[in-house]
Design a protein around this ligand. Sequence first.
Ligand SMILES: Nc1ncnc2c1ncn2[C@@H]1O[C@H](COP(=O)(O)OP(=O)(O)O)[C@@H](O)[C@H]1O
Ligand SMILES: [Mg+2]
Length: 383
Amino acid sequence: MTIRRVVILEFAPTADEIWLIPQHDRDGYSSYNMEDGLVSILDTAHDAKQRPEITTTYAGGKATNVARVLDRLLTGADGPCVELVTFLPPPEETMRDLRFVMTQGIPLVPSTAAGIYVQCLQMEALRIVKPRFEVLDELKKRGRMQTTRRCIEMTFEGAGGSLNFSPRIVWSQEAAHAVRDRVAKVTRDADLVVMAGSPPTWEAGTEACITPYSFYAEIVNALEPGCRVSIDSRGRYLHKCLAADRMPQFIFMNKEEFTESAESWEQLGRRAFPGIFMVHDEHGCWVWDSRLPDGTDPFSEAQYFPSVRVPRVYSTIGAGDAMHAGFLKEWICSGTDNATERLHRSVIYSQIVAAVSVSNEKATYGIHGDVVNDRFRSRIARS
Ligand SMILES: Nc1ncnc2c1ncn2[C@@H]1O[C@H](COP(=O)(O)OP(=O)(O)O)[C@@H](O)[C@H]1O
Ligand SMILES: [Mg+2]
């Protein structure tokens, strides 16, 4: 089946920043002891202000990461129309009167100041993937809701490791229902829908309501029949999808996320599964084709693909999202009808993207389509 329209869904948009905390005589010193996980900040003058250097600012969120990497890997000639759809809160007060003009054919939409900032960051990062912004009244902040956020990764001068501040997106029950209904509208005619990361949280009402644990299953059910789905998430958010009649076609998770839900695989183990299930860690990937892993000795039944070796690891941030994007790129564009070959090529392509991502200083930002394609061609030629 040809994939002509891909819709990537971002439910948890963020403006990400990376901060470097310097060592400074007046403004203070900091250290991070990775062994015990303790960050110490010494305020030498007792009235010092920390003056972090903002090293990077970019559009984040797991689905946005996938979109950004896919954008790097696709060339305009590759064919499919790929959209990144982000769900944002409505504008309030004077912001309601904002009117935007189109920028490169993409309409910015009135939202909160934070919602507009996210839109700008996404637009800046994407050339081929088209951002599309869906504003919902139900995402208006009430009580403890958080519908956009900023995530901050703190790094410390002269020390390894980093500390990540990542506020949760918090919805209401009404917001979850409204987003599900909007997804059904925006995905009409899509051949493939992509979701990544944990869904937002909210306090679910009665038993009949959507919960964060049933959210992805609800989304899959709301799509048109025949639309395929690719998900990268923890097992606990997938269980309901895998127990339902309609299932995702591609599932990705890292090994830790996989092993923490061992019970799920035991319960689901014997279900027929018309798709690809891929688990990965730094050593390699385990792939189940057309069946689910079961709980007893799952890895013995999987096909194993060792990782591409990298001489030096700079940053593994977002490497799993990069793999997800790499797999889909090759799956969509491989041009072969042979199912086994298509799967092999897609897994290997995804591993090369991960290797490129971890082995450069800019992580997913340092991924270039030509570098990946050159490595992939020479790898395929050797096999
Ligand atoms: N040294 C490495 N060499 C090759 N691949 C790596 C290396 N380190 C990490 N990876 C790949 O990156 C993946 C990271 O995935 P994950 O933990 O899901 O990260 P994230 O969710 O932050 O993107 C690993 O599972 C592995 O496949
Ligand atoms: Mg991951």
